[in-house]
Design a protein around this ligand. Structure first.
Ligand code: SF4
Length: 365
């Protein structure tokens, strides 16, 4: 298949493996930021192809995984209201809150619907003027433009029965938090190509300069990741910091200017709590005052909810690259995709789910 097979070519993968082996003289720890990249790495065994001195650390780049438990609980409270139609992408429906998930609300009679675009919610809202349509606006910078467009369009149409429950997180502040941690062991990063497709990579240039680390903007296919690792190893071996763009077929330095403009119009940055990691200053989007009427948390009075995480789940340490999923005592036994204890087992991009799908037999033997 064009645009796919050429990035999964086994012979080219072997060449990259040899290049990486030849270039590696010391141990290096490299973090792939995005959960989609983690999925590819585990699925294709890319970490097993690398020399033992290269350690890949799985980063916090799965938006479902880092959505705080209290946000899930806020969603459950709003979705259970008879005057609400609650819309979400499908991946949020099985994420466990402290009292069930959105699917269980739906089973109990809540009107919970899967949509493929936040703009679809405006059509639903127009057809149901007596109820409020709430969209669960979760994600990194990648989903923010469409969510911004939906809010902007609702305001333009003077549509009052639409609102968003916003839980957007931003990658660069999380990377800065990882690099500032006293326990940090990451020496180089594979930056998430799709985030950079929207936002560009100028922010990573400042981070590279500030922390003296290399970043390689990297795609999601096996050869993208092998080339990303190779470029990162070259920069580390040569003592270079800065940003290289492996994903040039998609990413420009300035990103997508129109998308950034849409985000800027509707959202502003603010402090945000990441599940398993904690509060990170200026690491999320919230609605600007001009769009505050569309804030579902305020409209339905749910912003004060507080909850406690499962004591057994170590997904916070998994998300910070301190532990691998199979080091969790519940992995594959009490915690499976059918009975998840933590969000990293629910999301298809979560590290625990990826290890469960592709590595659990290896763990048992
Ligand atoms: S296996 Fe389950 S309980 Fe353990 S860290 Fe992953 S999500 Fe949490």
């Amino acid at each position: 298949m064009k645009y796919l097979d050429e990035y999964r070519d086994p012979a080219a993968a072997v060449k990259f493996r040899e290049l990486i082996r030849a270039r590696t003289t010391r141990p290096w720890a490299i973090m792939e930021v995005c959960g989609g990249q983690t999925h590819t790495i585990v699925k294709y065994g890319i970490d097993d192809l690398l020399p033992p001195r290269i350690t890949l650390i799985h980063g916090p780049g799965c938006p479902v995984c880092v959505t705080p438990l209290e946000m899930i609980d806020q969603a459950l409270v709003i979705a259970a209201r008879p005057d609400v139609i609650f819309c979400s992408f499908g991946d949020m429906l099985r994420v466990p809150g402290s009292r069930g998930d959105l699917l269980s609300v739906k089973a109990s009679g809540g009107d919970v619907r899967i949509v493929y675009s936040p703009l679809d919610c405006l059509t639903v809202a127009a057809a149901n003027p007596d109820r409020t349509v709430v969209f669960f606006a979760v994600g990194f910078e990648t989903t923010a433009p469409a969510n911004a467009m939906a809010v902007w369009q609702a305001k333009r149409l003077e549509m009052e029965n639409f609102a968003v429950l916003v839980s957007h997180v931003l990658v660069p502040p999380a990377v800065a938090a990882i690099l500032s941690s006293p326990s940090n062991r990451v020496q180089g990063f594979l930056a998430a190509g799709h985030v950079c497709a929207v936002m560009g990579y100028e922010e990573y240039e400042s981070l590279a300069e500030r922390f003296r680390v290399p970043f390689v903007v990297t795609g999601f296919e096996p050869l993208d990741l092998l080339e990303g690792v190779y470029r990162c190893v070259c920069m580390l071996e040569e003592g270079r910091c800065g940003v290289e763009n492996q994903y040039a077929r998609v990413v420009r330095r300035e990103g997508n200017v129109e998308s950034r403009r849409a985000i800027e119009e509707v959202f502003e940055t603010g402090d945000r709590t990441w599940r398993g990691i904690g509060a990170i200053p200026m690491s999320g989007y919230r609605l600007r005052p001009a769009y505050a009427a569309y804030d579902a948390a305020v409209r339905f009075g749910v912003s004060g909810l507080t909850v406690r995480e499962s004591a057994e789940c170590i997904s916070g340490q998994v998300l910070r690259g301190m532990k691998k999923p199979q080091e969790c005592s519940a992995f594959g036994t009490r915690c499976t995709p059918q009975t998840p204890l933590g969000a990293t087992m629910v999301s298809s991009e979560g590290a625990c789910a990826a290890y469960y799908q592709y590595r659990r037999m290896a763990v048992k033997t």
